[in-house]
Design a protein around this ligand. Structure first.
Ligand code: NAD
Length: 262
């Protein structure tokens, strides 16, 4: 096992589930000190239990916060700094899907909620982490976009708008902060089997037929399967490790090739 994260501090939002938890486990195995942020306290505690099982010595700080609340974001960054003194990596990952509906039927309050979490949450995260990394003259950020940040996805106006915006904001920050030795990228996962995707399939197929909806969904993927959270975790680890330092402003699909298939 390599230890690319020995003495590195990484902040992960949405660390209580799915992609955030998988990255936390991946980084803990490689020696990272972790500041884990989520709205859901119980699921954060479960992530910590899973980390203890594979990396008993890992230093972990749990922070309950809503990423759509700017003050809460400022605080999770301050608390992370108070505990660890620096931030080497930032996985700006927390997000929600929202309710599926054609654009004209899309509920306006839900639209605001998706934008508040998926877009403003990512913006606030960068707003408070980038000055820390600029001061250090080092650091790497991975924002979470989606294939929905590259192309349209049926019935997901707010999600797709938020994820295209995350991709755009990533490119912008990359050209602003590259000169300070920071690398800022986004990942664009396809369907990776997490609670969010189960929820999405239930919206498509209903409680009884969501597994069948899932089979149909992946039948058009070149790899004929869902992605695994740990596959995304390994990509995130690479992008935060320093090994990929010249990759800056990229939006990297991890989707079995599906985003090429229009
Ligand atoms: P998930 O639902 O399994 O996990 C999301 C986590 O974020 C949960 O623990 C939840 O409590 C937390 N969260 C939600 N709102 C929050 C808030 N306001 N403040 C703090 N934490 C909050 O979902 P996931 O599949 O792991 O998704 C993680 C990210 O990956 C999201 O941004 C999602 O849009 C993106 N993504 C996922 C997929 C996929 O197929 N799973 C594909 C593309 C992009």
């Amino acid at each position: 096992m390599s230890n690319r994260f020995e003495s590195k501090v990484v902040v992960i939002t949405g660390a209580g589930s799915g992609l955030g938890r998988a990255a936390a486990l991946e980084l803990a195995k490689e020696g990272a000190k972790l500041s884990l942020v989520d709205l859901n306290e119980a699921s954060l505690a479960e992530t910590q239990n899973q980390i203890k099982a594979i990396a008993p010595k890992a230093e972990v700080l749990l922070l309950t916060a809503d990423v759509s609340n700017e003050e809460a974001v400022k605080k999770y960054v301050e608390d992370s700094l108070a505990k660890f003194g620096r931030i080497d990596g930032f996985y700006n990952n927390a997000g929600i899907e929202g309710k599926q509906a054609p654009t004209a039927d899309y509920d306006s309050k839900m639209f605001d909620k998706v934008i508040d979490i998926n877009l403003k949450g990512v913006f606030y995260g960068m707003k408070y982490v980038l000055p820390v990394m600029k001061e250090q003259q080092s650091g790497a950020v991975v924002n979470v976009a989606s294939v929905g940040g590259i192309r349209g996805v049926l019935n997901q106006a707010a999600y797709v708008a938020s994820k295209h915006a995350v991709a755009g904001m990533t490119k912008n920050a990359a050209i602003e902060y590259g000169q300070y030795n920071l690398s800022i990228n986004a990942i664009a996962p396809g369907a990776i089997m997490t609670d969010m995707v189960v929820g999405s399939l239930k919206q498509i197929g209903g409680e009884d037929a969501w597994e069948e909806a899932g089979k149909q969904f992946v039948s058009v993927n070149p790899k004929k399967r869902f992605g695994k959270p740990e596959e995304v975790g390994r990509l995130v680890a690479f992008l935060l490790s320093g090994e990929s330092e010249f990759i800056n402003g990229a939006v990297i699909p991890i989707d079995g090739g599906q985003s090429n298939q229009y």
